[in-house]
Design a binder for this molecule. Structure first.
Ligand SMILES: [Zn+2]
Length: 278
């Protein structure tokens, strides 16, 4: 009886897999659209940052477009872009002279994805989809002070890295062909000097290094938690604040109660000891 039940489950599982494969596989020539993702080709990014949209890509037209669709659609199905219902991906957009982009990036004004690499890693796309999620929830203007904007940028990177880890289960984020990867097991040592450098408006932009540490702290505290992921994504567009303390306090306050204490502790560990986070 148990063997028969097991066989039944196996048959059901293979049927479900076949169904999934039928949904996922797109025939050559079909538009790369569905599962919450639309891929465009022939788009262009102008020198002033304006993004001109190209036309719908079709399966088989470009390996890069096919790969971008497959990776993004898989991640969107796994909740990587919540609450955004559909994501637009520009495959290999033409770049204005002097604009250099690698891998995948988020076009902030449109909250759409630009993919430049024909084998971009899923962790990179998952990280960008988290930026899209945060942008979708952003209300009101960003802080006007340069240092508050830089704090927000580092926070965005930390939240995006943690979300990418939760969605993919990968501890090492980034793509080795694009530059150094970020291993959440081995974040860079905490350093007030990094914060000091990052907060100077004309100083080195250390947002990714700082974000790496925050993501690592959240992972240490809660592991792969979809609750914490959803809660930090929901809070990462804080309502206000023109100082480091105000931006981070407003972020912690916006985190839903179930995760607030764990996030507050991670933020306290993240910032230099002289920055009091209540
Ligand atoms: Zn990022």
């Amino acid at each position: 009886m148990r063997a028969r039940a097991r066989r039944g489950i196996l048959v059901l599982a293979s049927l479900a897999l076949a169904l999934l494969a039928a949904v996922v596989t797109r025939a050559k020539g079909e538009p790369l659209e569905g599962d919450g993702v639309r891929v465009l080709v022939g788009s262009a990014l102008e020198a002033d940052g304006t993004l001109r949209s190209g036309s719908p890509a079709r399966r088989g037209e470009s390996p890069l477009a096919d790969h971008a669709f497959d990776v993004a659609a898989d991640l969107v199905r796994r909740g990587a872009s919540r609450p955004v219902a559909s994501v637009v991906v520009h495959a290999a957009p033409a770049l204005a002279p002097g604009v250099v982009l690698h891998g995948a990036t988020t076009h902030e004004a449109s909250a759409e994805l630009l993919v430049h690499d024909d084998a971009v890693a899923a962790t990179v796309v998952a990280h960008e989809l988290a930026h899209v999620s945060v942008l979708a929830r952003r209300r009101g203007p960003r802080p006007s002070s340069a240092s508050a904007r830089r704090v927000l940028a580092a926070l965005d990177e930390g939240v995006a890295d943690y979300a990418a880890f939760v969605v993919t289960g990968e501890v090492t984020l980034g793509d080795p062909s694009l530059g150094p990867t970020r291993d959440l097991d081995h974040p860079p040592a905490p350093s007030s000097a990094t914060w000091a450098e990052h907060l100077v408006p004309a100083g080195l932009d250390r947002r990714h290094e700082l974000g790496w540490r925050l993501a690592s702290g959240l992972r240490r505290a809660r592991g792969r938690s979809t609750d914490v992921r959803d809660d930090v994504l929901a809070a990462a567009a804080p309502a206000g604040g023109e100082s480091m303390i105000a931006v981070l306090a407003s972020f912690v306050d916006a985190v839903p109660t179930r995760s607030r204490d764990v996030v507050r502790s991670a933020v306290r560990e993240w910032v230099p000891a002289e920055v009091p986070i209540k």
